[in-house]
Design a protein around this ligand. Structure first.
Ligand code: ADP
Length: 371
């Protein structure tokens, strides 16, 4: 953390299945292995063992930071993990049934392995706790908000907060600013940020609302469930699964959820890939237009995430769809993913910037700040 640089990074994936695997990378090497006994505790023990063996970890960490997806209305900042915090994260399972149990399992495994190392939870929803009721309420009976917590929470908060702050600092607008950030990865969301605070965002109670994503539909008519039940006999679970896993770019194209594959196919003239790209860009532009409502000024539009950081085609098409905002794209800078500051626009008016998101760095900073 002295130099805020990454020592190593890695991924343990498909845990619990037969093809569970661990990959770790550092400056001059990497480690790959299949995992047979892949519960959280054994994987984390294995990671620490490899890092120690490679002399990347000279002593045990002072603090361990965790990304936790859902903090409900309880958490608006990172916190040191205590029994009460664990109980609150557990209470939010109903709102994030796929994510919060996995986040808890990681925290609990490390607490067992290293009971003396403090752990910090950094919530994906926390940054958006600044939303006003007019932005976070759905127009459904108010009791559903009061009793069940039905409201918009927003996600990708760690990323939006980081890239907006980074854009403000790079552009010299740290004090007063209006920024819209578009985090475009496998999941996609956009966020309106005024003076460092989230004002509105495209994801809602779950990470399904808003933009078109790899396999997620984003916004659809809430009447769709009933229609598909009547027409095809699909129950709620079937429709929900379809909207989360078989929709988005995959559903539209019938080809892939991966943007690189789709861009290549579109270039070769595959019409459904072209159509999927057009829907993705138009929906994103339409939401950016909507998010501007939450701001009193617009200084910059930021692109981040695997797609935002790398796809010049997506950036150019979105900007084309936003002609009314007066962004002026510099094609050369766009082709290079930005100048030294990441800027891909030219002239006066709002800037367009490409910024690599660094969620791990944000989590590390937050963890360090709390001990
Ligand atoms: P995650 O949300 O899982 O962290 P990423 O932020 O890595 O995912 O984004 C993954 C997406 O980024 C994929 O759709 C991938 O195709 C896309 N992507 C990565 N590189 C490029 C590129 N050069 N051009 C277009 N899309 C890209």
């Amino acid at each position: 953390m002295t130099h805020q640089t990454e020592t190593a990074s890695g991924l343990a994936e498909r845990l619990g299945s037969n093809d569970a695997a661990l990959t770790l990378r550092w400056a001059d090497g990497e480690h790959r292995q299949t995992l047979h006994d892949s519960d959280y505790a054994s994987v984390l023990t294995q990671i620490i063992a490899v890092l120690t063996e490679q002399q990347l970890l000279h002593h045990l960490p002072k603090v361990i930071g965790h990304r936790v997806v859902h903090g409900g209305e309880v958490f608006s900042d990172p916190v040191i993990v205590t029994d009460e915090v664990l109980a609150s994260i557990r209470q939010c399972i109903a709102l994030a049934p796929l994510h919060n149990p996995a986040n808890l399992a990681g925290i609990e495994a490390l607490a067992t392995l290293y009971p003396d190392i403090p752990q910090v939870a950094v919530f994906d929803t926390a940054f958006h706790q600044s939303l006003a009721p007019k932005a976070f309420l759905y127009a459904v009976p108010y009791e559903l908000y009061e009793q069940q917590g039905v409201r918009r929470y927003g996600f990708h908060g760690v990323s939006h907060q980081y890239v907006a702050a980074e854009a403000a600092s790079r552009l010299g607008i740290s004090a007063q600013h209006g920024i819209i950030s578009a985090h475009l990865g496998n999941g996609c969301s956009a966020c309106a940020v005024a003076n460092g605070q989230s004002m509105d965002t495209t994801m809602g109670m779950t990470p399904l609302e808003g933009l078109v994503m790899g396999t997620r539909s984003g916004d659809v008519d809430p009447g769709l469930h009933q229609f598909l039940y009547q027409q095809k006999g699909w129950d709620v679970e079937t429709v929900t699964n379809m909207l989360n896993k078989e929709s988005g770019m995959l559903g539209l194209s019938g080809l892939s959820n991966d943007m690189r594959t789709l861009e290549a196919a579109a270039n070769e003239g595959v019409e459904r890939a072209q159509l999927a790209l057009a829907v993705f860009c138009y929906r994103l532009a339409r939401h950016i237009g909507g998010l501007a409502t939450a701001l009193t000024r617009l200084d910059a539009l930021v692109f981040t995430g695997g797609i935002g950081e790398n796809s010049r085609f997506i950036r150019a098409t979105v900007i084309e769809n936003l002609a009314i905002f007066g962004f002026r794209l510099d094609n050369d800078l766009n082709a290079r993913n930005g100048d030294m500051l990441g800027v891909i626009s030219t002239g006066p008016g709002p800037k367009v910037v490409v910024i690599e998101t660094k969620e791990e760095l944000m989590i590390a900073r937050a963890a360090l700040a709390l001990i």
